[in-house]
Design a protein. Structure first.
Length: 575
């Protein structure tokens, strides 16, 4: 045997460079997918459990080409924006592949959006076509669109025009094989697909003129203030990110990945779909929206080897009353991401769900999204306490938010990243793009982080989340991790609220485990002598859940606002 390779020298400053031994993919998404189909045409590519549909790589390619042909038939040309407003289904992934094939820019629209938000999104990027669910639970998507555009009732499909939605001329609604009454002015998805021709020569002609650096996708960032910004991503951005994410998971064509996270978000679309497509693996959608029971059922029935989720999803699965009934022994890997991953939850997932090779990923929409990830070989201690190391072909650094200087290893600062994954820019907003990406190409995330000597990164909060109590800097994540150790605590979030004496005080919202009881006094007793007195939350509330986005990101600003209302607190004015 040869001598072991020397370990890399320990870092002294918080700057790490990703490996470059595996080259970047310089193809378009369509070209790469076609090459994968050629290698394994009969392997299963997609299982949409709730729709009872299965596609091989070859049949998925044929349907995507048919759809691409139909989209060209509507007069769309490369660079046109096409919206998708839907939960998870086969139509979503067909749109993802078809638009990429012919250079259309797919605009992901959050299913939680309501009339004013969808109006803003469609108009901000000038969508010419929208594919939408008809309805979902209590949401009437077509009803909301008709509220915005009553003119459509008297217009022809494909020739729409409305004062409030001036760019949009075609709306397609997702139907189930011709079921349901016709919608005046709107086109059925099944009818649109039927218009396409798998052998349409125009599809290949258009594809031949595309470049990997062309924008292909717009995702709106869910900012806590102001209007959402449209992060614009290229083939090169998301195809490479999907590939290296899959590499960290050691995906192969034998893997079957259960994806209960929403496709409209990078988690489902890139960490899910593209990680699978770049490795010839099988995608499994357990349902259109998240339901812990259907996830457990799908993992068992489809013999899934991988499972994605945000921490709240894994908690819901682990604590489901029927959890013990399911055989999850085929699982080995997956990703926990979307919000900070509590150490205790991670340990339970590894032990009780057989996810011995689960990884943690960290990033943001503007970086395609993943910048750091643990691998299947990362020691468990590092997997539960960090977000892993820098991804290949990327650079990451931690800087002093005030001076911009790179901080020594172990010091807190703002996480920045640079490389192929950084977005093309915010659609139609040069000023905001320049605020986020500096002159040297570094994306400033707004996240507080530390880096150790081996390059492992720990996200300790948002710069805006840091609480300053009487001059002491307190990081809510640290308090949350401590409270997760309490045997009765299922989930917890800590925020700062205004205080006349100290400037800010801590407030903890706690979800108690089912069938358990907990009091404020018991929580404080648990903290006493274990953490500094100023880190013990002054306010403790027991709640059923947290306000969050559709992707499972906790909206701390809403917790803070609600507590200010409850307690009658006002922000201290500064001179």
């Amino acid at each position: 045997m040869g001598a072991a390779l020397p370990s890399p020298a320990p870092l002294t400053t918080s700057l790490a460079l990703g490996a470059t031994d595996v080259p970047l993919i310089e193809q378009t998404l369509g070209d790469f997918f076609d090459a994968m189909v050629a290698r394994q045409p009969e392997r299963e590519a997609l299982v949409s459990v709730h729709q009872q549909r299965r596609y091989t790589y070859l049949s998925l390619q044929a349907e995507a080409r048919r759809l691409a042909s139909a989209l060209l038939g509507l007069g769309l040309v490369p660079g046109d924006r096409v919206g998708i407003w839907s939960h998870n289904n086969a139509e979503w992934v067909l749109m993802q592949l078809a638009t990429a094939q012919v250079g259309l820019v797919l605009v992901n629209i959050n299913p939680a959006y309501r009339t004013s938000e969808v109006e803003y999104a469609l108009n901000k990027v000038g969508c010419r076509l929208l594919v939408s669910m008809a309805r979902f639970k209590t949401s009437d998507y077509l009803g909301m669109l008709r509220e915005l555009a009553p003119e459509w009732q008297r217009q022809e499909p494909g020739r729409l025009g409305a004062v409030k939605l001036p760019h949009l001329n075609t709306v397609v609604w997702i139907d189930e094989a011709g079921q349901g009454a016709d919608e005046p002015g709107l086109l059925r998805f099944s009818d649109l697909l039927a218009r396409g021709d798998v052998a349409d020569a125009r599809v290949a002609e258009v594809a031949a003129g595309l470049k990997a650096t062309d924008p292909i996708n717009i995702q709106f960032t869910s900012g806590t203030t102001g209007f959402p910004k449209g992060a614009t991503l290229t083939h090169r951005n998301i195809l490479n990110n999907g590939f290296f994410i899959g590499e960290c998971m050691r995906l192969t064509p034998e893997d079957r990945l259960c994806i209960p996270v929403p496709l409209y978000h990078c988690f489902g679309m890139v960490l899910g779909n593209l990680a699978c497509f770049t490795h010839g693996a099988t995608i499994v959608y357990p349902n259109d929206g998240f339901d812990p029971l259907t996830v457990l059922q799908a993992v068992q029935d489809e013999r899934c080897t991988g499972l994605h989720g945000v921490p709240t999803m894994f908690i819901a699965e682990l604590d489901h009353p029927r959890f013990a009934e399911f055989d999850l022994s085929t699982l080995r890997t997956g990703i926990m991401a979307g919000s900070p991953c509590p150490t205790e939850v991670m340990k339970r997932v590894v032990e009780q769900m057989h996810l011995s090779e689960i990884t943690i990923a960290y990033g943001m929409t503007e970086t395609s999204p993943v910048s750091c990830q643990s691998s299947t070989e990362t020691p468990l201690a590092k997997r539960v306490s960090t977000v892993g190391q820098v991804q290949p072909h990327l650079e990451v650094k931690i800087v002093n938010p005030d001076t911009g200087a790179t901080v020594p290893v172990g010091e807190r600062g703002e996480f920045c990243t640079r490389g192929y994954s950084v977005m093309h820019g915010y659609w139609g907003d040069e000023a905001k793009t320049r605020e986020a990406i500096d002159a040297d190409g570094w994306m400033h995330t707004g996240d507080l982080a530390t880096m150790d000597a081996e390059g492992y990164v720990n996200i300790v909060g948002r710069i805006k989340d840091m609480v300053i109590r009487g001059g002491e800097n307190i990081y809510p994540r640290e308090i949350e991790e401590f409270l997760y150790r309490h045997p009765q605590v299922q989930d917890v979030q800590v925020v700062g609220v205004p205080d006349a004496r100290y400037g800010e005080e801590l407030c903890a919202w706690i979800v108690v485990k089912p069938g358990q009881e907990l009091t404020e006094e018991a929580v404080r007793a648990f903290c006493k002598g274990q953490i500094a007195h100023y880190k013990v939350p002054r306010y403790i509330r027991f709640v059923a859940g947290f306000p969050m986005t559709v992707t499972g990101k906790i909206q701390k600003f809403r917790i803070r606002d609600e507590m200010k209302d409850q307690l009658g607190l006002a922000e201290e004015k500064t001179a």
